[in-house]
Design a binder for this molecule. Structure first.
Ligand SMILES: [Zn+2]
Length: 273
């Protein structure tokens, strides 16, 4: 991934998506107006920061990304695998007007100049672009979403509604918690074994390095799990770009739920045709 600073706002981009000429970005903490635990580019409403600050931060990153602030459409994430298609009528949802969504973890659109937005702090942001059918999507892949293969669900939605061929799709796995930072308990490991099968599970789960004495703890590799789900959906390996930035390893650049708990700002993913 590339780290870009424009108009004082720092964000991350994928080389694959830059080459394809699609507007997109993943925010960092840098370049906003929020203070204290929210310092400074907090893009999460209802976290204790003022709505005024959050809106100003959205305006700043919209300008840096050359996207239309007034038409940004925000998801309402609750760790589901629900993916919906966004039409013209949803422009502005959750940012300039109240969020009318419930339980939505993936957004897909073919409408131009309608930026999609999803929010994060350790969970995996997934980016999608189909240059043939001109469709973009974002999804939020925490452990539950990853276990439910929301990346694959998103591709299937693009296929069903817009006739997308998975082999045409470019995918990006953005900054989130890395395999050396994400420890889970046995119930989570078991859910992955059930969903991914033994062979793939052995690629994404290993004994805990944080608590090696505890046999009920595992390290989970969410990036690899997301990649496996995308490959299963028919995406080509060379069309998947995986970040090299972990949110927990880089707390001065990103907000991390595992480090900061609930007292923190939120990061956001953006994509627009
Ligand atoms: Zn890490």
């Amino acid at each position: 991934m590339n780290k870009v600073t424009k108009n004082g706002v720092t964000y991350m981009t994928f080389s694959l998506f830059e080459t394809a000429g699609i507007k997109h970005g993943f925010s960092t903490r840098l370049g906003g107006v929020s203070t204290g635990v929210y310092e400074s580019l907090n893009l999460g409403f209802n976290r204790g920061d003022s709505d005024e600050n959050v809106r100003e931060n959205f305006k700043r990153i919209a300008t840096a990304l050359d996207m239309n602030y007034n038409r940004m459409c925000f998801s309402k994430q609750t760790h589901t695998t629900n993916v919906i298609v966004i039409d013209e009528g949803k422009a502005g949802n959750g940012i300039i007007r109240p969020n009318e969504f419930n339980d939505i973890d993936g957004l897909v659109t073919n409408v131009k100049d309608l930026p999609l937005v999803t929010s994060f702090a350790d969970c995996v942001p997934l980016f999608f672009y189909d240059p043939e059918k001109c469709v973009v999507a974002l999804s939020h892949s925490g452990w539950r979403g990853t276990c439910g293969k929301i990346g694959k669900v998103t591709i299937e939605k693009m296929k069903e509604v817009f006739g997308t061929k998975p082999e045409d799709v470019l995918c990006g796995i953005a900054p989130s918690i890395c395999k050396d930072c994400y420890e889970v308990s046995d119930d989570v490991a078991e859910a992955f074994r059930e969903s991914f099968g033994e062979a793939d599970s052995s690629k994404i789960l290993r004994p805990s390095t944080m608590h090696p004495e505890d046999k009920n703890k595992y390290m989970l590799n969410l990036w690899e799990a997301c990649k496996i789900a995308l490959l299963e959906a028919g995406v080509k390996e060379e069309n998947i770009e995986i970040t090299d930035y972990c949110t927990r390893c880089n707390p001065t650049l990103f907000y991390s739920h595992r480090i900061m708990g609930a007292k923190r700002g939120s990061l956001a993913a953006f994509i627009s045709l």
